[in-house]
Design a protein around this ligand. Structure first.
Ligand code: NAD
Ligand code: UD1
Length: 303
């Protein structure tokens, strides 16, 4: 049973996006929830009617101030999601991922509000050990990974230096309903779109790269646990502890959807990580986190 925050004034940045909107849905019954989103990738149809929407850019200090007024808990989901986009435009990614996050942490310090931040396993780059634990040194291979490393480290420093309650959640590859399916989206939603439309399923490189796919409902549970844990000032892997190759994933999605799409191979992606699988023992022990949706089940219900 997950302990859920109650009677709080909560801000979810990126609350119109994939992860943020599911999180808002889980919070609105027991809390006053605010969403800050600029709809750069989020959708209006994701906005929960019981939440208050503040439309604007988190990089704008006045908007940030308004959105954070009187909050006591912040889930920071607004950010760049595409590793590829950060390679193409590192400066813009840095402004959103890092400059805005630092301003948010400063504001949280004024308010003494707990902050749960969306970090990423991209900070590990190509890990030296699989499954990868939180002790793995940071070795990012993309601007996105580098920016998340700094965000993750800032979260820890704010707890150490100022006593601010922070938790960084190092998400692995999230999938589930409402994930957008554009060219910069997560691979499962792209493969689903391609399989459904009978288009070729495009595997980058040889497809031997592996990922640990975690369902968004489990990611929401990890966030709720992070909001109430005593173990703050820490970072936790949020994955499942299992992984698949991208080639296997393409074939599974084609077969489960009954599609006649061909699986084709394109050039490998710049900055791509070869192997990824989470060691989730720390999240298990300290947060009480347990993934509940195996990939085959999650894919079947999605398709
Ligand atoms: P998403 O793109 O669906 O959600 C991000 C939301 O933030 C969108 O609604 C977008 O409109 C909003 N946003 C972006 N820039 C903004 C700005 N400048 N001001 C205000 N709002 C802004 O992405 P998601 O998959 O829900 O990811 C949420 C967070 O989790 C991101 O920080 C992402 O880097 C991180 N993350 C995601 C994954 C994954 O697999 N999806 C894995 C690791 C980490
Ligand atoms: C994803 C997230 C990122 C997060 C990271 C954590 C997205 C868009 N990005 O990055 O925010 O921090 O997980 O691990 O959700 N691929 C194909 N064909 C395609 C698309 C992708 O073969 O059409 C391959 C990629 O080359 C990669 C794998 O699938 O090897 C996963 O790609 P993607 O879904 O973009 O995720 P990550 O780059 O792992």
């Amino acid at each position: 049973m997950v302990q859920t925050p109650a009677s709080k004034t909560v801000l979810v940045t990126g609350g119109a996006g994939f992860v943020g909107s599911h999180l808002v849905d889980a919070l609105v019954r027991e809390n006053e929830v605010r969403i800050l989103d600029d709809f750069s990738t989020g959708k209006r149809s994701n906005v929960n009617d019981d939440a208050t929407l503040i439309e604007g850019d988190i990089r704008d200090s006045e908007t940030l101030r308004r959105a954070t007024e009187d909050v006591d808990l912040i889930f920071h989901e607004a950010g760049v999601v595409s590793v590829q986009q950060s390679v193409e435009n590192p400066i813009q990614a840095n402004e959103v991922e890092l400059d805005a996050t630092l301003a948010l942490l400063e504001r949280a310090r004024e308010l003494d509000a707990r902050v749960v931040l969306a970090s990423s396993c991209a900070i590990y780059g190509q890990p030296t050990e699989i499954p990868v634990s939180e002790d793995e040194p940071f070795s990012p291979s993309s601007p996105y990974g580098l920016q998340k490393s700094a965000l993750d480290h800032y979260a820890r420093l704010y707890e150490e230096l100022y006593g601010l309650e922070t938790v960084a959640l190092r998400y692995f590859n999230i999938y589930g309903p409402r994930q957008s399916s554009g060219d910069y989206s997560g691979v499962i939603s792209i493969f689903k779109r391609q399989a459904t439309n009978g288009e070729p399923i495009t595997v980058d490189g040889d497809g031997e790269q592996t990922r640990d796919f975690v369902h968004v409902d489990d990611v929401v549970r990890a966030n709720l646990l992070a909001a109430t844990t005593d173990h703050v000032g820490e970072a936790y892997n949020v994955g499942t502890g299992a992984s698949v190759t991208i080639k296997e994933l393409a074939e599974t999605i084609r077969d489960v959807s009954g599609s006649s799409s061909d699986v084709v191979h394109t050039d490998p992606r710049q900055g791509d990580i070869e192997e990824s699988k989470a060691d989730i023992s720390k999240a298990r022990d300290k947060l009480g986190y347990e993934p509940t949706i195996p990939l085959d089940e999650g894919i079947s219900s999605l398709l």
